[in-house]
Design a protein around this ligand. Structure first.
Ligand code: SF4
Length: 285
């Protein structure tokens, strides 16, 4: 039986003490155990940034890819072996800046993958530059007079792109985040969880203290996750009250259903016989 302890690795963790990434890592391990998945059945794909080290710290299949390309890599893994549970991990800079182009396309295509974004609203690994989700007025090392551009709203963007499952989690509430991950990982289709992740070293504005009295759970309100218009309203809510939970959920055909050759057993498990690839190999040799 998979346990949280068995999902640990011997790699030394170099995240700063208190970093919100720890809550996300523990939530992921908890979700795997709650789903009764074995490590072989799970693939974690991570990008570039502090979050990217997560694939070193959890004993499942791991793929650490180039900057901004978590979604294409995760989609490819799922298409090659649809028997796997595929979870992408990206940072706000990784996903909402250099990798931004992939988000609306993943949302409209609806591959059966989960994307967890460690949204700390700053570039942490490169020591504190403004990111696409840094709030207006936030003074960072690259914006000493404050960010003057409006920030990207990833939840509103995902909803406008027809994403099937849109949620927000908080790294300071590991149990709740784990329950969101369980829901997203069992959801059939593309599931985005944008996670409020305090960066204790470089972001002195959106701290645990900042979130403590603001975050509230949508499931404790009368919010209906089937109501797109209500989801849009919740995506725009930011200030004294910040909603977490599932904003929107809707079933629709997943990407692989468009390919007749993808039906049946996972492609990775099929017999490949009677195919001569020597010409192809020659072309690339
Ligand atoms: Fe976490 Fe920020 Fe440290 Fe990176 S720099 S490990 S995001 S606290």
């Amino acid at each position: 039986m998979t346990t949280v302890q068995k999902l640990g690795t011997s790699v030394k963790n170099t995240w700063c003490p208190g970093c919100g990434n720890f809550g996300i890592l523990m939530a992921f391990k908890t979700a795997i155990t709650q789903l009764g998945l074995s490590p072989e059945e799970v693939v974690a794909v991570s990008g570039i940034g502090c979050h990217g080290k997560i694939t070193n710290y959890v004993k499942v299949n791991g793929l650490h890819v180039i900057h901004g390309r978590v979604l294409p890599a995760a989609t490819a893994v799922k298409l090659a072996n649809n028997g796997l549970t595929v979870v992408g991990f990206a940072g706000d800079g990784d996903c909402y800046n250099i990798g931004m182009g992939h988000l609306p396309h993943a949302a409209r295509r609806n591959p059966d993958v989960t994307l967890v974004v460690h949204n700390n609203m700053i570039y942490g690994l490169t020591t504190g530059q403004a990111s696409p989700t840094s709030k207006q007025g936030h003074r960072t090392r690259t914006t000493p007079r404050g960010v003057f551009e409006p920030d990207v709203n990833p939840l509103a963007l995902a909803l406008a792109s027809d994403a099937s499952f849109v949620a927000r989690g908080y790294a300071g509430d590991m149990r709740h985040l784990a329950s969101l991950m369980v829901e997203a990982m069992t959801f059939r289709g593309f599931a985005l969880i944008d996670v409020l992740q305090p960066c204790v070293t470089w972001n002195r504005v959106q701290t645990y203290e900042f979130y403590k009295d603001r975050v509230y759970k949508l499931e404790e309100t009368d919010h209906d996750p089937l109501d797109l218009s209500a989801a849009h309203s919740k995506a725009l809510e930011w200030g004294d009250r910040i909603p977490v939970g599932v904003l929107y959920r809707r079933e629709r055909p997943v990407y692989s259903e468009s390919f007749p050759q993808m039906q049946g057993a996972p492609m990775a498990r099929r017999e490949v016989g009677g195919v001569d690839i020597s010409r192809l190999l020659k072309e690339f040799s």
